[in-house]
Design a protein around this ligand. Structure first.
Ligand code: GRF
Length: 205
């Protein structure tokens, strides 16, 4: 087995996308990556418990108390210290600075709960995305995994999965179905694809 790519996962909430990565790793679906570090921009969230239950080192920062800039600086130090090569944003709500993005150019993945470019960009996150989709009356929504660049939700699209909107859907029922049928499938797959590509690049020089 060639050396695995070390993955850092950044979280801000329930961590269901982190859990999808953990489950994929345990099922042998992430052969070229290793979940090596979980970083959170707020303390006491369920994502941190999921990391601990999986035996993954986790660090919680506090954006409210320390401010985004200080938290990002400390995250960069932790990622460096742990020799992280790929950063996965799994329900992570902080906007990263150009410095961070340049340091990990082409190595940061984000999962967004719509078919970008629809319902993407500034202000579209969490339930707001599904509320906007229901208000617009789209019949199909879904999820996107993309590389992260300086434009919020603007980086190269890697994978998308459609999900039908059902009559009577609320933002909550739609969010749940988009997570189950799209996000939790796409994020592990895209992460494995990126790790594979990195290994091949490193191996062939
Ligand atoms: C959800 O809105 C999900 O659609 C988006 O981030 C939020 C929380 O995800 N990707 P998680 O459960 O913390 O992974």
């Amino acid at each position: 087995m060639l050396k695995q790519v070390r993955i850092g996962v950044l979280v801000s909430g329930g961590g269901s996308n982190l859990q999808a990565l953990i489950d994929a790793q345990q099922a042998g679906k992430l052969p070229d990556g290793q979940l090596a570090l979980v970083l959170s921009d707020r303390p006491g969230i369920r994502a941190l418990e999921r990391a601990r239950e999986a035996g993954i080192p986790a660090l919680a920062f506090d954006r409210k108390a320390e401010g985004a800039q200080a938290v990002e600086q400390r995250m960069l130090e932790a990622l460096e210290q742990q020799h992280i090569q790929v950063v996965v944003l799994a329900g992570f709500l902080m906007i990263l600075s150009p410095i961070f993005i340049r340091k990990y150019a082409g190595r940061i993945l984000n999962v967004h709960p719509s078919l970008l470019p629809a319902f993407g960009g500034k202000g579209f996150y969490g339930l707001k995305v599904h509320q906007a989709a229901l208000e617009r009356g789209v019949q199909v929504t879904g999820a996107t995994v993309h590389l992260v660049n300086e434009i919020p939700d603007g980086g190269r699209i890697l994978l998308q999965q459609p999900v039908r909107v059902r009559r009577g859907d609320t933002a909550e029922t739609l969010q749940r179905r988009v997570m189950e049928q799209a996000e939790w499938k796409l994020l592990p797959r895209a992460t494995q694809m990126l790790c594979r590509r990195i290994i091949k690049e490193e191996h062939h020089g």
